[in-house]
Write a protein that binds this ligand. Structure first.
Ligand code: ADP
Length: 359
């Protein structure tokens, strides 16, 4: 019986993966209220089991105040890191079958992007985010398949700040800090960034530690800086079939995006304005690429930002994309919540018809 159960499970996984191919999935996750926040005042009214979400505008009354959305999944505030990962795992595992995969976390600062991708500071294993779990899962699966395939797994970690790429795994931060991009679409996007081989779980922990520490360096206020840069953990897998000697190569990019909140241009100047403009430009470029892909447009505008250039080989074609859309449930975040959801709707390609009819 367990054999048939396994076959059924494999078939289910296979169907799910076929369905994912070339599509953009959107999983929405609502951050819990933090201690001291007033739970009664939430902009989230309803979370359905099939990906429905209803938000309420505190400034309006009645029907007018509600807007509904539908995504592939919506996680309530009670969702655990393990639950979120278990839905993501088939996608991650497909990297070992030769698929390129990109996973993003999008949302305003404080909405839980880093929590979903990395976990809280000094996380216990239960609290590990997608990055740790993905690395560990890929590494362990590659070991389980050792009799049939030999895999090499290696990792790069970079940050994009003000349209400059910075190597986060470089041990010598004074040199090679700003590697350039590769112009060949099929090569490694950032060939000069440090490549860290993963041979044991301890390597996973070590490299995450180095990357996170380097990310914090160069700024006095960690949260300030990290919320204004995109960080990309890229896992590259190379596999050789032991029997046929055929080989495959693929990448998984795990991206913690800069905070999507709009900065009031009348209030900021200098460096802060420059940062805001760079973030705005790169997030719009990402939105444009994803929606061009969702519409199957013949021209995909990858060249418009460093972020989309780095990810070019893993966005579109046979690659699979998942976006975690993170929401802060507090009422005073309503307008950011709405604009985050609109971005997600546009990215998933479902908005087009709906928007036309509501105009
Ligand atoms: P962002 O990366 O979007 O700026 P963070 O991930 O730093 O946001 O989250 C903001 C705060 O909320 C942090 O203190 C984080 O630990 C907490 N937090 C976010 N999501 C969750 C969650 N699902 N469960 C518990 N705490 C969370």
């Amino acid at each position: 019986q367990s054999y048939y159960a396994m076959l059924a499970e494999n078939q289910k996984l296979h169907n799910e993966l076929q369905e994912l191919k070339g599509n953009i999935r959107v999983y929405c996750r609502i951050r819990p209220f933090l201690p001291g926040q007033r739970e009664k005042q939430s902009s989230i009214e309803y979370v359905g089991e099939n990906g429905e979400l209803i938000i309420v505008n505190p400034a309006k009354q009645g029907k007018e105040s509600r807007r509904s959305f539908k995504f592939n999944k919506v996680y309530s505030q009670a969702a655990t890191q393990a639950e979120v990962f278990s839905d993501t795992q088939p996608l991650i595992q497909s990297v070992l079958d030769g698929y390129n995969v990109c996973i993003f976390a999008y949302g305003q600062t404080g909405s839980g992007k880093t929590y979903t991708m990395t976990g809280p500071d000094k996380a216990s294993e239960d609290e590990w985010g997608v990055n740790y779990r993905a690395l560990n899962h890929l590494f362990q699966t590659s070991q389980n398949r050792e009799h049939a395939f030999s895999y090499e797994i290696s990792v790069q970690m970079v940050e994009i700040y003000n349209e400059q790429v910075r190597d986060l795994l470089s041990s010598d931060t004074s040199q090679k800090r700003y590697p350039s991009l590769c112009s060949q679409p099929n090569g490694l996007a950032v060939p000069d960034a440090t490549m860290y081989p993963v041979k044991a779980t301890s390597d996973v922990l070590h490299l995450m530690d180095v990357g996170l520490k380097n990310r914090a360096k160069g700024s006095t206020a960690l949260n300030e800086r990290s919320s204004r840069s995109h960080s990309i953990l890229s896992i590259h897998a190379r596999g050789v079939d032991q029997k046929t000697r055929s080989s495959m190569q693929s990448s998984l990019h795990l991206v913690d995006l800069a905070g999507s909140e709009r900065v009031d241009r009348s209030e900021v100047t200098g460096d802060r304005l420059k940062e805001a403009q760079h973030i705005n430009k790169s997030l719009s470029a990402l939105g444009d690429v994803i929606s061009a892909l969702a519409q199957k447009s013949p021209h995909i505008p990858y060249r418009n930002s460093k972020l989309t250039q780095v990810l070019q080989g893993s966005l579109g074609g046979n690659a699979k994309t998942l976006m975690f859309v993170q929401l802060n449930p507090e009422v005073n975040s309503y307008s950011e919540t709405l604009s985050t959801l609109k971005f997600a709707e546009r990215a998933s390609g479902v908005e087009l018809g709906a928007a036309k009819s509501s105009k």
